[in-house]
Design a protein around this ligand. Structure first.
Ligand code: TYD
Ligand code: MG
Length: 454
């Protein structure tokens, strides 16, 4: 087979026949690196395709076994939920996140929890002593947990084939390299080829392989986006450095939903599960400050209550500032426009800052009414009763529209001891609740009820 020289963007994997300063695909500068590519003739490609297709077997639906649905429970509920119910044997799972967020800690704790499956933790980054040091901080780590310090991907691949371990962790994919490939460890060709090799081995042996990947400054996993397409599951471990909460979020899952999140807290003794996130996110908010409202958001199968903070101050220079953290800027601008146009609140003469406490990103339109209330509360400097929760989507005419899973939201609100809920009239409620429910059709009605406007 012939080889030809190509240039590959180390950020997105774009291939070019010549070197270029700027990648036309992802727009990054100086990311092209030389690589040798095997040239397969079109005739050969057709022959391969025929060979492939003769291998294929047509089966009927009823004959397909669903045994692969078997999942290994890690018994870390927050992790199992995000994985879609547990680890699927033979799958390749990528866990990405900023350095220092707790990826190694999480997977070390996971290994400790699945010790019956004889897990193997392969470290390519840290020394065995460093891992031992970390494990001392964490509760319940058994001395029998097996470790291997290795950076050679081909050796690792052989070990995966030979070992009796059913679960293998590789920490990290950027630190391993295959001698068969010329480029440096961490480069796109290395990461891609090594991952493909591990994928095949995972599928063939039925062992589950976890890859740890660092995130780059743009926020994409492992630099090469390509890795995300290769693996079965992509899980992102994120968190704000100023909080101790860590959120596990599935971005892609061939075997489960991608809506689920898992919440942890990094403590002095490892990661602790947070089974009731509202408790932490709402901790200490009984203040009577203006600009604060409580909303509900659905994260997968769970309802979480969160605090929305708004600060509205008069603009000093011509252009009013808008700054938002944890919520969609366009949606905020829409709400501001509705409040100004329909009710005459002078937001265009004010700077507006919105912040969602706890480092969660609100992606649920049911939070609109709460955002609007927090904005008006700050503008008017009138605090909202801290035992009131807002539910409702806002439409362009100032109407409050119904939201999904209303009863699930109400039950959670009631469980957490709130006393009043403002919600859309159009939402049908069938059960009886022990909270004061006030239904509204227009934002105006909600505002009259809350702020007692004349
Ligand atoms: P680590 O798992 O090494 O992160 P990653 O693999 O994602 O780079 O965790 C690093 C941080 O977590 C480090 O700053 C120390 C802190 N930490 C704790 O606070 N408590 C603990 O019990 C452990 C093990 C780590
Ligand atoms: Mg690490």
């Amino acid at each position: 087979m012939k080889e030809k020289l190509v240039y590959i963007c180390q950020n997105c994997g774009f291939e070019s026949a010549r070197w270029q300063g700027k990648c036309p695909e992802c727009g990054e500068w100086n990311t092209f690196e030389e690589a040798a590519k095997k040239v397969v003739s079109s005739k050969q490609r057709k022959l391969d395709a025929i060979k492939e297709s003769t291998k294929s077997n047509i089966v009927s639906l009823g004959d397909i076994s669903t045994d692969y649905e078997y999942r290994i429970k890690t018994n870390i509920n927050e992790l199992d939920r995000v994985l879609g119910g547990g680890i699927i044997p033979g799958s390749l799972i990528l866990i990405g996140g900023d350095p220092g967020i707790g990826k190694s800690t999480l997977l070390l704790q996971m290994c400790a929890n699945v010790i019956d499956y004889k897990p193997l933790y392969i470290t390519a980054e840290e020394s065995l002593q460093q891992i031992k040091y970390r494990s001392r901080r964490i509760k319940h780590i058994d001395d029998s947990l097996r470790l291997l310090s290795e950076t050679n991907a081909d050796n690792i691949n052989n070990i995966i084939k030979e070992t009796d371990a059913q679960i293998i962790v590789i920490d990290s994919i950027q630190a391993v390299y295959s001698e068969k490939i010329e480029s440096t460890p961490g480069s796109i060709s290395q990461v891609r080829e090594c991952s493909m090799m591990f994928m095949q081995t995972a599928k063939r042996t039925g062992k589950a392989v976890f890859l740890i990947g660092h995130i780059n400054k743009e926020g994409s996993l492992a630099g090469p986006k390509i890795l995300e397409h290769l693996v079965d599951t992509v899980i992102q471990f994120e968190g704000d450095k100023s909080y101790s909460y860590r959120i596990l979020r599935s971005q892609k899952n061939r075997f489960g939903s991608t809506n689920e999140i898992g919440v942890f807290e990094m403590t002095y003794a490892g990661l602790e599960e947070v089974n009731n996130p509202s408790d932490v996110f709402l901790a200490g908010i009984n203040t009577n400050e203006s600009g604060i409202a409580i909303v509900t958001t659905l994260e997968g199968s769970r309802t979480i209550l969160l605090e929305v903070q708004a600060l509205v101050t008069s603009t000093n220079y011509g252009m009013p500032q808008r700054s938002v953290n944890g919520y969609d800027m366009r949606r905020l601008q829409m709400i501001l426009a509705v409040l100004e146009k329909r009710f005459g609140f002078p937001f265009s003469k004010n700077d507006v800052f919105v912040n969602i406490a706890g480092g969660i990103y609100l992606n649920d339109s049911a939070c609109d009414l709460g955002i609007a209330s927090a904005l008006i509360s700050s503008l008017q400097d009138k605090p909202i009763d801290s035992k009131t929760v807002f539910i409702g989507e806002i439409g362009l005419t100032g109407e409050v529209r119904p939201v999904s899973a209303i009863e699930q939201r109400i039950s959670e609100i009631q469980k957490l001891g709130f006393t009043k809920i403002i919600l859309p009239k159009a939402n049908k409620i069938t059960k009886q609740y022990d909270v004061d429910i006030y239904t509204v059709e227009k934002i105006r009605e909600a505002m009259f009820e809350i702020f007692k406007f004349k």
